[in-house]
Design a protein around this ligand. Structure first.
Ligand code: MN
Length: 227
């Protein structure tokens, strides 16, 4: 018999190519990991180490499900990203060992209330309400790390069929291994953690009714409709 004083929250999970589901513990994101996107946001990509922010685990939206347009924003924007799923935890992971901690990969969308983010930047406030809102992390079906090596190849996003973002994983400033190693200096990574690894340039505004299709060559895709 449980001694929980309220019902336990449901465990967020993501479908995988194995047929099983991946339980989500936390969602970490890296900012400005493609030079062209850093420049379009007004920063010099050469002088900035990677930095991290988070979304709640239950911000995950599974592939094909609708995403509700969030409250308190007039500028919802898309960022298509390679998502890394941690299968084996660890702290102070060496770059050479980092890929061994990865269970799999998929495509994700780091949905952003850009107006709230701009205000937070201006006022020196946290990004939580700009980045970590409900349903802010649509993700595709996870594929096993053993089956793919996403170090190069196209990453793109179409909205209503129109190409909005088109980049290449080879243009990431920090590789997956470097990013996992760096994040593990700040937190002990654990099985179930997801890491969104940054977006290429071409981020833009979304409206209700838009259908988003993100894709990464050799990894897969993610689809959602803003409702
Ligand atoms: Mn992002």
């Amino acid at each position: 018999m449980s001694d929980l004083v309220i019902p336990a929250p449901p465990l967020p999970t993501v479908p995988t190519s194995t047929g099983g589901r991946f339980p989500v513990r936390r969602v970490f994101c890296v900012g400005r990991n493609y030079a062209a996107h850093a420049r379009e946001m007004g920063h010099d990509p050469d002088r900035e180490p990677p930095f991290f922010f988070t979304k709640p685990a239950d911000a995950v939206v599974v592939d094909g499900a609708d995403t509700p347009y969030p409250s308190v924003t007039e500028r919802l924007e898309h960022e298509v990203e390679l998502v890394v799923a941690i299968g084996t935890g660890g702290a102070d992971i060496a770059v050479a060992d980092a890929i061994g901690h990865v269970w799999g990969y998929t495509v994700g969308l780091d949905l952003t209330r850009r107006d709230l983010q701009a205000e937070a930047k201006r006022l020196g406030r946290p990004w939580d309400t700009a980045k970590g809102f409900d349903a802010s992390a649509p993700v595709g079906i996870l594929v096993l790390a053993a089956d793919v090596e996403p170090t190069a190849g196209s990453i793109d996003l179409r909205v209503n069929g129109d190409l909005r973002q088109s980049g290449d994983l080879a243009d990431q400033i920090w590789s997956v291994a470097e990013t996992v190693a760096e994040l593990s200096r700040f937190v002990a990574l654990a099985p179930g953690d997801l890491l969104m690894t940054g977006t290429p340039d071409g981020v833009g505004v979304l409206e209700r009714g838009d259908v988003l299709q993100g894709a990464i060559a050799g990894v897969g895709s993610v689809r959602t409709r803003i409702v």
